[in-house]
Design a protein around this ligand. Structure first.
Ligand code: SAH
Length: 239
């Protein structure tokens, strides 16, 4: 984007997709079912690795606040940022119901990094990189906002024939877990590409964790050996 009013590195079409669905964000049987299903898995994993209680966490691309709330419930002091207005409104309303205090703000990762460099103990950026024009720049911003010694957690979709089959054909067409057009295959990211961007941002990759979906049991689980479709990456910023 080149206009001065619109922040850089935002795909308006992608934001619009999430705006349109936002009212159903907290309905566990809605288009957001996959996010509800993976939320306890990823929140527990992050908490186990980063012990979030009492820590400052930035949740980048927080949407309706599923992960922000899960981390706040575990005692974290969370700032959730997103460029979608409707998802943020939903998140702000929902936290009242949950009795949590999360600071939700409409801004990009790059803007938060500029405003609050090295201010966060933990940064999470889940299922968001595959929706931005320049994911490497978001990774750089996450690296800038985390304190030295802090951790950054990313998650996204791998790019290979199996991920095309599972994440697009399976999830959007056969099982209808997600609306058609939710994901664009070419924007999926291989772990090697993530690894390269993470190193360029002066982060160290500390762990790569797969997440697999079993269509028969309809359950997700964390699988350290299988990063073919969904995966999470844990990084550390050197002291
Ligand atoms: N991280 C959340 C939501 C994932 S959906 C979760 O995993 O539960 C992807 C979110 O990224 C949407 O809410 C969308 O509005 C947001 N997003 C997309 N591009 C963005 C950008 N450039 N800056 C901030 N948020 C963005």
């Amino acid at each position: 984007m080149s206009t001065t009013e619109s922040p850089k590195n935002v795909d308006a079409g992608e934001i619009a997709k999430f705006e349109a669905l936002a009212s159903r964000w907290w309905d566990p049987e809605s288009e957001f079912k996959p996010l509800h299903d993976i939320n306890p898995l990823r929140a527990n994993w992050i908490d186990k690795q980063a012990a979030v209680a009492g820590k400052r966490v930035a949740d980048v691309g927080c949407g309706g606040g599923l992960l922000s709330e899960a981390l706040a419930q575990r005692g974290a002091q969370v700032t959730g940022i997103d460029m979608g207005e409707a998802p943020l409104s939903v998140a702000r309303l929902h936290q009242l119901e949950s009795g949590l205090q999360i600071d939700y703000r409409q801004m990009t990762a790059e803007q938060l990094a500029e405003e609050a460099p090295e201010q966060f103990d933990v940064v999470t950026c889940m299922e968001m990189l595959e929706h931005v024009p320049d994911p490497a720049a978001v990774i750089q911003a996450c690296a800038r906002m985390v304190k030295p010694g802090g951790q950054v957690f990313f998650s996204t979709l791998n790019r290979n024939p199996k991920s095309y089959l599972f994440a697009i054909v399976g999830a959007e067409y056969l099982m209808r877990l997600l609306p058609r057009g939710t994901h664009e295959y070419s924007k999926f990211i291989k772990p090697s590409e993530m690894g390269h961007w993470v190193r360029e941002a002066d982060l160290e990759m500390t762990e790569l964790m797969g997440m697999t979906y079993n269509p028969l049991s309809k359950r997700y689980k964390l699988t350290p050996h299988d990063v073919q479709v969904n995966y999470l990456m844990r990084c550390t910023k050197p002291e």
